[in-house]
Write a protein that binds this ligand. Structure first.
Ligand SMILES: Cc1cc2nc3c(=O)[nH]c(=O)nc-3n(C[C@H](O)[C@H](O)[C@H](O)COP(=O)(O)OP(=O)(O)OC[C@H]3O[C@@H](n4cnc5c(N)ncnc54)[C@H](O)[C@@H]3O)c2cc1C
Length: 356
């Protein structure tokens, strides 16, 4: 197979942040067969390699990347049915929202709340994407990947992917080892559209007869209001969506934070006690906090410094407002992280991947 390797390839246009210098080598893999060949090319050149999907969760250094970018673009797909379950196997390069839109129009349940998330099918299991009460771990049957250690094809069951909140095998212990070439999803032909999340419950009237398409439309509208759509025809912020995960802290630590907040803040919807069934009796339980609430308390909504700032209606997104550099974004992020830590002793973990 002939790989079309390009040199000094600009990366900024391939990420939703629109930041970053060139890659020393770049290859687009339109079929899964050329994935391992690309890895072998990088090894022959003695350079590292990095996988790129839709670039929607990635911040690239201004210096670029001194290695090979393997841009996953294979879109071969297949559908089969077993009773009420429809299995869709999608190439990793399929645009995520195209897959969602197809499922909704075929009246398949389980993915409607994940409408409008940018990126590719291959990127979806990596950080276990989620929104509005659904996450991709709920519909993944199998992840098919190339093991970069030996070129073998590996099939991971849902359990083997080790999914948890914004986490999987692929962005933790096995980070960088497997290149996902396709994902097999299990969707249901019968069910009830998911309207669990506060924003969605508010959008719909109680007991309304809601279709999957209604949920998709509602999610797209809510996302549009937050500036969190990257679809054609919508206002686009140059960002990677939420820069931070919502932190989970001990109940004792939570009580300390509550102690320093005023009464009004105490009553708002910004924390969620976590069930901790495995804990021994007497063990500390945990509380998930809204990172946006903590940041807003420190900086106010829409805080900006120079060419970087928070999205006006989605605090968790750090935005490149005007050709900002990588360093400017990182300095801004450090300011946010240090200030939140100083005030609340809470460490904000980044959701975005940094490539430098
Ligand atoms: C406006 C906006 C809104 C967003 N909203 C949400 C949201 O609601 N919920 C949510 O969870 N996320 C959200 N995101 C984040 C992002 O869309 C997801 O993380 C998405 O799944 C990233 O996919 P990608 O193809 O763009 O991956 P990339 O950004 O290209 O890559 C991200 C990471 O995954 C790895 N990777 C990508 N493809 C593969 C592959 N085939 N095999 C192995 N590794 C791979 C890369 O190496 C990198 O480490 C949002 C982003 C934006 C810009």
């Amino acid at each position: 197979m002939n790989l079309n390797i390009l040199e000094n390839y600009p990366l900024s246009e391939l990420t939703t942040f629109n930041i970053g210098g060139p890659a020393r080598f770049y290859v687009k893999t339109e079929d899964s067969g050329s994935v391992y060949e690309s890895v072998e090319f990088a090894r022959r050149q003695g350079v590292p390699f990095y996988v790129l999907g839709g670039g929607s969760n990635l911040l690239v250094s201004d210096r670029g990347y001194d290695g090979l970018i393997i841009h996953i673009a294979n879109t071969e797909s297949d559908t089969s049915t077993d009773g009420e379950t429809v299995y869709k196997t999608c190439g990793a390069g399929v645009v995520w929202d195209r897959f969602v839109s197809e499922c909704v129009s075929e009246n398949l349940f389980g993915v409607e709340c994940l409408s409008g998330i940018p990126g590719t099918v291959g990127g979806s299991p990596v950080q276990n994407i989620g929104a509005y009460g659904q996450s991709v771990e709920g519909l993944i049957d199998e992840v098919i990947a190339v093991d970069t250690a030996d070129g073998n094809i590996v099939r991971f069951s849902n359990a083997q992917c080790k999914f948890s909140y914004r986490k999987s095998l692929f962005n933790s212990e096995a980070f960088g080892r497997y290149i996902i070439t396709s994902v097999r999803f299990a969707l249901e032909r019968a069910g009830k559209p998911s309207v669990k999340y506060h924003d969605l419950e508010t959008y719909f009237q109680k007991d309304a007869d809601i279709t999957l398409q209604d949920v998709r439309t509602a999610v797209l509208k809510i996302r549009e209001h937050k500036g969190m759509l990257q679809l054609e025809g919508y206002r686009r912020f140059k960002c990677a969506g939420s820069f931070y995960k919502n932190p989970v802290i001990s109940a004792g630590h939570f009580d300390e934070i509550m102690g320093v907040l005023d009464g009004a803040a105490q009553n708002r919807n910004w924390y969620w006690p976590q069930s901790n069934p495995g804990a021994d009796s007497g063990a500390d339980s945990e509380v998930k906090l809204s990172a946006a609430f903590l940041i807003d308390n420190c900086f106010g909504k829409g805080f900006r410094k120079g060419r970087v700032g928070l999205a006006p209606n989605h605090t968790l997104a750090i935005v490149n407002y005007d050709d900002a550099t990588f360093t400017e974004v990182i300095d801004f992020a450090k300011l946010i992280e240090d200030t939140v830590y100083e005030r609340y002793k809470v460490t904000l973990d980044r959701e975005v991947q940094i490539l430098q």
